[in-house]
Design a protein around this ligand. Structure first.
Ligand SMILES: [Zn+2]
Length: 173
């Protein structure tokens, strides 16, 4: 395992992570999700259009977060505390997640928002691909907020240092 891989592993398998979210983030980091650009490699003729925006071919980097649908969710969750380092570019986001020296609360908000967003977007994508009714962005935003809020409340009740919940949510745009 290279040093690079070890460091992005730390950005995912941190002690407060939710295992199913962390696992999904791990697969995504390795670009092993069955996104349509990869599916096309073994099954030509499939429709590769992104089902979240219906406006571009689907790939890992498109879904996270070049997509006009995904990028709005990501912006809602993180721009308020990332300020000028906010980005929708996959490589830039990953760099930020493993960057040394980020303040602890901010890092936990970012890492947790990252894996929760990946999980929620991928699940929504799968539902749409299987013909289920699309959730509007506002609803998905609320559900993602709620998942993050619940997790952080739990951490706070275990007396994790600092007011992480307040920090993450007071900075929402
Ligand atoms: Zn899209």
């Amino acid at each position: 395992m290279t040093a690079g891989k070890r460091s992005w592993g730390a950005g995912i398998w941190f002690s407060q992570a939710t295992p199913k979210f962390a696992f999904m983030a791990w697969i995504t980091m390795k670009d092993r999700l069955a996104t349509m650009d990869r599916v096309f490699g073994w099954c030509q003729g499939v429709d590769t259009t992104c089902v979240l925006c219906n406006n571009a071919p689907e790939s890992r980097n498109h879904l996270f977060f070049d997509c006009s649908f995904s990028s709005q969710l990501w912006e809602h969750l993180t721009r308020g505390f990332l300020h000028s380092s906010f980005s929708t570019n996959w490589d830039a986001v990953v760099r930020l997640i493993i960057a040394p020296g980020m303040e602890k609360q901010k890092r936990l908000c970012l890492r947790y928002a990252f894996q929760t967003t990946l999980y929620k977007l991928w699940r929504e994508r799968n539902k749409r691909r299987h013909g289920e009714r699309a959730l509007p962005l506002q609803v998905l935003s609320k559900l993602t907020d709620k998942a993050i809020h619940n997790k952080l409340s739990l951490l706070q009740s275990k007396r994790v240092k600092g007011h992480i919940l307040q920090y993450c949510f007071s900075t929402r745009l």
